[in-house]
Design a binder for this molecule. Structure first.
Ligand code: N01
Length: 534
């Protein structure tokens, strides 16, 4: 195809989730000619695809929302403390309408590859529609949890019943009424969907490999006065949460577990448990770093699980004992453990009786065949790197990012990869990403990139690239903090243990959202220190 047939823009943003949408808004306002490319048929990103029953956010609605527009903050009313997928998608659609963002997007278009020509300085983007695009700058706002994984168990295609994936839930209503349903996976998606499925299923069988630590979300309608209160002090609230470790409301004692007496420990844990917050893993400052501190919180949560399950044998199977709390992503639930008190529910621990294969009529374990009308897969994602490496950018020398990341993702500040000029990564490995408020993390990253592009433009620079030595130093720092925590030792999607063959690496910056954003600001103020630009 001749170059003239390739649609050209200044900047291409891949993804129409929270990050991509704000990217288009901000960069368009800055005067750039931008195009967004999205595989879904509309805006929303994971909130467009993950529409399974029970899907909702486990960050407070007032935190999990954009801060870039004061008017938007004032006009949008969150109806619940933790918003449902439907309400979040409604919000994202409202944002797209209000700021007229759809006109800069092509939908139903999946980016399948991208390659840079160092001669022209342009990236060419390949898509599944056959259409090609080019741009000097590309932002991959592809999301850290957007490349779904099937369980890698044989026979899935043989199953003749209904098959639903939480990560790509059908847009038509799905009925569970009277059906025999098997759910594989007990992470956040399983823990949220299982209680909803169990309400009307004839029978539900949950196939569990690793039990989650989950506490009740205690979701409730947002009282008008409460919402008004937030609206009156949104700016202060945003400022306050941006200056903490995660970028969202966080209940913490600000002390290590050892600095609290047993009574204090219990009081604080009771408070956070009663509030229904993932902040339970931040109750003490050292929960993710110190085995004893972790055990205080883990044991507290284990006991709460035991209290919720009537059959002691089932309760013990649901109690996580093989890994410290917080080293796999913990969950907030609404009636999850109570499902196992229902006569129509059964827990199958597949450590005792492994799944051998899917069959035409259900699931065969080493012990028995489970006859099923429907299988629900809640089996997770190739996190942090999966969506980026599905595109696998190729630089002007023909080097692939997948080769550069063969031993784990190396980035500078999670925003750029050395050797890949004018390519910016949003919410990627090397940043605070999944340990922060995803909306705030995205806004910060987009604002940082917008600032860098404006600086380049002012200085008549065309190419910006992370210096290898800056990237190496940052990556070492990220790994050093990560390795001082309890996280790398647990098999989790954080370290890529759920993807066969993926290099094991804990590459999320654990130093804190506040410290991270300060570092990014410093780099910018020092003339984009650690980058080379020409
Ligand atoms: O995925 P997961 P998810 N055989 O990877 C099991 C965010 N999120 O979609 O733990 C049997 O957590 C796997 O078992 P194991 C949130 O960050 C947020 O639930 O690997 N089982 C695990 O139980 C979350 O952490 C919300 O042993 C298999 C499950 O499948 C992230 O997305 C809602 C298997 C996968 O759990 C991912 O959550 C939803 C196999 N072969 C998601 N393969 C909110 O609340 C996998 N499993 C905002």
């Amino acid at each position: 195809m001749a170059m003239s047939e390739v649609e050209s823009h200044d900047i291409i943003v891949v993804g129409a989730g929270f990050a991509g949408l704000y990217g288009i808004h901000r960069l368009r306002n800055d005067g750039w000619d931008v195009l967004g490319i999205e595989s879904g048929s509309d805006v929303g990103g994971v909130w467009y695809h993950n529409r399974y029953p029970g899907a909702r956010c486990d960050t407070l609605s007032v935190d999990y929302s954009y801060s870039f527009s004061k008017e938007l903050e004032q006009e949008w009313d969150w109806s619940e403390r933790y918003a449902t997928q439907g309400e979040i998608l409604g919000y994202i659609r409202h944002v797209a309408d209000r700021f007229d963002l759809r006109r800069n997007f092509v939908f139903d278009t999946r980016v399948t590859g991208m390659e840079r020509n160092d001669g022209t300085g342009l990236w060419t983007i390949e898509t599944n529609t056959g259409k090609r695009y080019c741009a000097r700058f590309v932002l991959l706002a592809t999301g850290p949890l957007s490349a779904p994984l099937d369980p890698g168990i044989s026979g899935l295609d043989d199953f003749k019943g209904e098959l639903c994936r939480t990560s790509a839930w059908p847009h038509e209503p799905v009925s569970f009424e009277g059906k025999r349903i098997g759910v594989v996976g007990t992470g956040s998606s399983g823990v949220q969907s299982i209680p909803e499925i169990a309400k009307t299923a004839g029978h539900i069988t949950v196939f569990q490999r690793t039990p989650a630590y989950s506490i009740p979300a205690r979701n409730r309608p947002m009282a008008p006065a409460e919402l008004d209160g937030f609206k009156q002090k949104y700016s202060e609230h945003r400022q306050e949460v941006r200056s903490n470790y995660t970028g969202f409301t966080l209940e913490t004692t600000g002390k290590t577990a050892a600095e609290c007496s047993e009574t204090e420990q219990r009081t604080h844990l009771d408070e956070v448990f009663a509030a229904g917050s993932l902040g339970i893993v931040a109750t003490f400052t050292d929960v993710l770093f110190n085995v004893e501190a972790n055990e205080v919180v883990a044991e507290y949560v284990r006991d709460r699980i035991r209290e919720r399950v009537e059959d002691p044998e089932t309760a013990e199977k649901l109690v996580p004992k093989t890994y410290p709390i917080g080293t796999k992503r913990p969950c907030l639930d609404t009636g999850y453990y109570e499902v196992f008190n229902q006569p129509n529910a059964r827990l199958v621990d597949i450590n005792d009786t492994p799944i051998e294969r899917f069959t035409e009529t259900g699931i065969q374990t080493s012990a028995e065949h489970h006859d099923l009308d429907m299988i629900v897969l809640a089996t997770g994602f190739d996190a942090l790197t999966g969506a980026i490496l599905a595109i696998d950018p190729v630089n002007g020398n023909g080097d692939r990012l997948s080769d550069a990341w063969r031993d784990g993702p190396g980035t500078y500040l999670g925003l750029a990869a050395a050797g890949f000029p004018n390519l910016f990564l949003i919410s990627a490995a090397g940043g605070t990403s999944v340990f922060g408020n995803m909306v705030t993390v995205a806004e910060e990253a987009i604002d940082w990139v917008a600032g860098a592009l404006a600086w380049m433009s002012e200085n008549r620079l065309e190419t910006m690239e992370a210096r290898p030595e800056a990237q190496d130093e940052w990556t070492r720092h990220v790994l050093e903090i990560g390795n001082s925590s309890l996280l790398p030792a647990t098999n989790s999607w954080y370290v890529g243990a759920n993807v066969p063959g993926k290099p094991r690496s804990f590459s999320v910056y654990l130093g804190g959202f506040n410290i991270y954003t300060e570092k990014c600001r410093e780099v910018a103020e020092n003339g984009y220190e650690g980058f080379s630009a020409r």
